[in-house]
Design a protein around this ligand. Structure first.
Ligand SMILES: [Zn+2]
Length: 118
């Protein structure tokens, strides 16, 4: 097993940067209902929760993440879309429908594919 020095925290890692250490930076959100004084910290904390739940490179449904985190599915969906934006790191978030799951969408954060240039 090859080891790297994480480029963010400097500790040993199996990848050039720990997935935890690639968490998107805090930032303001788009949207008509966004009010910084109420939403900035709340949504940045929510972003960290969602990030830590999806860095396992597995597929997740919004319902599963909502059960796990206690956040509404619409909020989790918004945070996953934010991860794709340049200001939140231009991350690769794959989405597909479960064929035998009634068309439910599943999402996967793909840190590995993105970093190896696939
Ligand atoms: Zn690290």
């Amino acid at each position: 097993m090859k080891f790297f020095r994480c480029s963010v925290c400097g500790k040993l890692a199996h990848t050039p940067t720990h997935p935890e250490c690639q968490a998107p930076p805090d930032g303001h959100r788009d949207g008509e209902t966004y009010e910084a004084q109420f939403d900035y910290h709340r949504l940045n904390k929510q972003q960290r929760r969602v990030w830590l739940a999806v860095i396992d490179n597995e597929w997740h449904t919004l319902a599963e993440l909502s059960d796990l985190l206690g956040d509404p599915e619409t909020s989790i969906s918004a945070r996953l879309r934010d991860f794709r934006k340049a200001k939140f790191g231009s991350h690769k978030v794959d989405a597909h429908r479960i064929v035998f799951g009634g068309g439910t969408w599943e999402y996967r954060l793909d840190l590995i594919g993105a970093s190896s240039g696939e």
